[in-house]
Ligand binder design. Sequence first.
Ligand SMILES: [Zn+2]
Length: 452
Amino acid sequence: MLLQSRYVLPVSGPVIEDGAVLVRDGEIVDVGPRAELVQRYPDEAVRDFGQAALMPGFVDLHTHLEYAVFRGMVDDAPYSQWKLQVMQKESLLDEEDWAVSADLGATEAVRSGITTIADITDTGVSLRSASAVGLRGVVYREVSTMDRSQVDAVIAAALDDVERWQAAASGRLAVGLAPHSPYSCHPKLFEAVAEAARERALPVAMHLAGSKDEHDFVKYGSSLLGQDYREASGWSSIGWLPTGVSPVRYVYQWGILEVPRMLAVHCVHLDDGDVEILAKTGVSVAYCPRCNLKLGMGIAPLQELVEAGVLVGIGTDSPASNSTMDFFDEMRIGLLVQRGLAGEAKFYPAERFVRMATLDGARALGIDRLVGSLEPGKRADIVAVDLSRSHQVPTRDPYGAVVHTANQDDVLMTMIDGQVVFDRSSVETEAFADLAARAERVQAKLRSSNER
Ligand SMILES: [Zn+2]
């Protein structure tokens, strides 16, 4: 199949105007000017997207697909209160509810042009939903306990799940471990995760240095996370002393950051020296600008991270916190706040953010050999983005158009491994209406608990 469009953005090379991409057997075979490819492959079936951009699918470095039905439940609360309110509602859902939620999350992902996810899950339902829609990526089994006596049992149960999930996962999905955060894991749990990850070559992800409350809890022993959260988690009788150090430095001493393929999510509240620790340990960072802004967590110091050589990609986090998985919004807002912070001295071009959203994300997950750019030999994870609509024309620079004018409704097609997993021209409205109705019923359960 020869895919054609006004622009092709290989990301690893210059924009091709009037370009084409040849896909065969799930692989990208050729990329170049349309006229040349048509001449070279005269008998190939053609799909022309017109005034559009063909580009690599987005690599979403932080998702929780199973939280999709929490969309809009807690829209106006700062991080710690948001976390507590979401936690209180989680127990209302049964396995089937979680599955509906993850199906909605996976559906939204491919409709937003996301082809690779890095998903943290408690239940494992996201593995099934991601497999069903054909997503690529890593699904991390979350672990947490502040109770030292529980660490062995927690890690054993997690490794059991990891084995089962590995057996059930599609060839596109790997399984990893995710110690939840510095405020919810005992140091021994970090050590146990690090050991298991090395022994079994598992990737690891963790929320790190997200909110000011987390920072203050770790460093000074205080904050809402120090009381209400620990009480809600059943850990109020377990002692906690101020550590005097930042969350990054705190977890660093437990050996978790040196694990190969370590992904740190958020990294907003960094003290002096933290960026150097992240750089020297080779940790990759998931920048989640909209979630961080919406929950009042702050703004990650992207410039310092990048200048220190830390690999940074972009994550949408969950619809519970961020409302949508629109990857265009994520790039745009992530870019705009950084431009606002840096002023004219350091100015991020749109192209830089498209690279973070694709190739850098793939590098962070260690799969850039396979995906992240449009190059012969890579797997065909490709999206077509409409650039023909009234809010987009006329176009000049396609990178600028993608970042500053497009949104998830402009995705025309999402392809993973050469399979079309979303096609706007033949979208099944009935199937989606059914999923939306089921998600609505699950959320009604959550809402009814408010009224009690
Ligand atoms: Zn998260």
